[in-house]
Design a protein around this ligand. Structure first.
Ligand code: NAG
Length: 216
């Protein structure tokens, strides 16, 4: 993390409009993606994200994105599992002009139950869903979470997923407001430890994690 800290400091001192440029693009079926490069905000780095969406009703979708992002978004991975499938994401970063980070490795799904039970539901046309239906969580998904997402621009869509999530998905991955190649994504996670009231998770703008496939 030292190089990133140093970069942030130098950029702050220079107080210029931007520091580095990064490629900004997305592709729905894996690497690579191509697109123009954009100027990042001070302190930002180039972030690559891979998001695998697996639905019991369809094939695996592997989404790849490149964008500017905050260093807090680097080298994180996490997942959100619900009754009909799962979303698994990992990121990596680099900090040179228009660099392409190493392709991140998405965590594998655990089948070991961890004792937590969460409500689970999904909506394909609303950013809210609620249900009495529950599921048993596995692996390191120690949070119950609801994702609310709106896409606009080249794709217009709202959806919601409620299920078991990792802490990293609640705090970082699931909270993004970004715009890449004409697609605007606004995504928020509302998580709890399972029993108590839901509370809003952090809000961070970051590398985009797009899921333009329909949920059903
Ligand atoms: C996911 O993140 C955790 C915590 O940082 C780490 O221990 C694990 O190795 C990562 N998994 C992958 C596949 O990178």
């Amino acid at each position: 993390m030292q190089p990133l800290g140093l970069l942030f400091l130098l950029c702050s001192l220079m107080a210029t409009g931007y520091c580095i440029s990064c490629k900004s693009c997305w592709h729905l079926q894996g690497t690579p993606c191509s697109g123009s490069s954009v100027d990042c905000a001070t302190g930002e780095v180039c972030v690559a994200a891979v998001t695998n969406t697996l639905l019991i009703t369809g094939p695996l979708t592997e989404q790849y994105t490149l964008s500017c992002g905050n260093p807090s978004q680097c080298d994180v991975n996490g997942s959100l599992t619900f009754y009909y499938g799962s979303i698994r994401t990992a990121t990596s970063c680099c900090s040179a002009n228009n660099c392409v980070p190493p392709t991140p490795t998405v965590p594998t799904k655990s089948t070991v139950k961890n004792g937590l039970t969460c409500r689970t539901c999904s909506s394909d046309d609303s950013s809210y869903c609620y249900t009495g239906e529950t599921m048993e969580c596995t692996g390191n998904e120690f949070k119950c979470g609801r994702m609310a997402r709106s896409l606009s621009g080249s794709v217009t869509k709202k959806d919601a997923i409620r299920g078991c999530a990792t802490k990293s998905y609640c705090e970082i991955i699931g909270n993004q407001v970004t715009s890449i190649q004409g697609l605007n994504v606004d995504m928020k996670m509302y998580c709890s430890d399972g029993a108590t009231a839901l509370h809003a998770a952090f809000f961070l703008s970051a590398a985009v994690l797009l899921l333009t496939k329909l949920l059903f």
